[in-house]
Design a protein around this ligand. Structure first.
Ligand code: SF4
Ligand code: SF4
Length: 259
């Protein structure tokens, strides 16, 4: 991680997972310009809790951090669960204007819904890429990345995200959670403290269909989304993009043969 804006203690193990919708990453990273999918009412839509201080942190060992703000309609909730190693926190993301049956409660066919902003995007969604094999991610992004929810240590926000708990109790829970790290950051505003929770790699919450299949590898993704992937490769590798693509495909074949 290359950054001069905050310090992170990665000595603490961070992992997260599970059965409830913990994705919805497209509601941070893929929101269309001006949120055009929201239609004519967007100016009147009620602001939901995520916009009060939840962000998505994209980070990689040799990459500069990128911070994404959520759609103003995104709801973010914490839920406490019991695991074999004790109590843990999970994240639930919901679209505040689409109904629970549509989005993003475990995605629910979101990329296939004709009125969703993912429907006409000739590209895999970011959560699909997040779950993809390192070989694909390394080729397309030039580095493997990690994603974290960053929750601002802000009384107003903390009082809204953990049903049944006050802001003080939520802060206490986050401080005690072994999967959480706390950082200081300056992200286009005054310095703040944030709690970081890693976005889980939970295959059960990835919606898949013919148009939005799980990425099996470089060749599979390239065959499906050629134009999109070529654009990224040209941006990263210039005239050498075809050679890099061929290298990645060869590597993939070698791994398959060894298996
Ligand atoms: S799996 Fe669904 S909700 Fe998650 S990022 Fe992809 S399209 Fe969005
Ligand atoms: S699906 Fe809902 S939360 Fe996500 S970007 Fe659209 S309006 Fe916002």
């Amino acid at each position: 991680m290359k950054t001069d804006s905050h310090q992170v203690d990665f000595n603490k193990p961070i992992s997260f997972t599970d059965d409830i919708c913990a994705d919805g990453i497209c509601c941070f990273m893929s929101i269309p310009r001006n949120q055009s999918h929201l239609g004519m009412w967007k100016a009147f839509l009620k602001r939901r809790n995520a916009s009060y201080g939840v962000k998505l942190l994209y980070t990689g060992t040799q990459a500069k951090d990128i911070v994404y703000n959520p759609c103003r309609c995104l709801e973010f909730y914490l839920k406490e669960v019991t695991t074999e190693s004790g109590a843990a926190l999970r994240v639930i993301l919901r679209c505040g204007i689409f109904t629970k049956g549509r989005r993003p409660y475990t995605c629910k066919a979101f990329p296939d819904k004709t009125d969703s902003f993912m429907h006409d995007v000739p590209a895999p969604c970011v959560y699909n890429e997040y779950l993809a094999h390192e070989n694909y991610v390394q080729l397309k992004y030039t580095h493997v990345f990690r994603l974290f929810y960053a929750i601002k240590d802000d009384r107003r926000l903390l009082g809204m995200i953990f049903p049944g708990y006050t802001a003080e109790e939520t802060r206490e829970k986050l401080n005690q959670c072994k999967e959480v790290v706390k950082i200081s950051a300056v992200w286009n505003e005054k310095p703040s403290e944030y709690f970081l929770l890693e976005v889980p790699k939970t295959k059960t919450v990835l919606y898949i269909s013919d148009a939005h299949p799980k990425i099996e590898g470089v060749k599979h993704a390239y065959d499906l989304w050629q134009g999109h992937i070529e654009g990224w490769l040209e941006k990263h590798y210039g005239s050498k993009w075809q050679a890099n693509l061929a290298d990645a495909m060869n590597k993939e074949n070698t791994v398959k043969r060894i298996k």
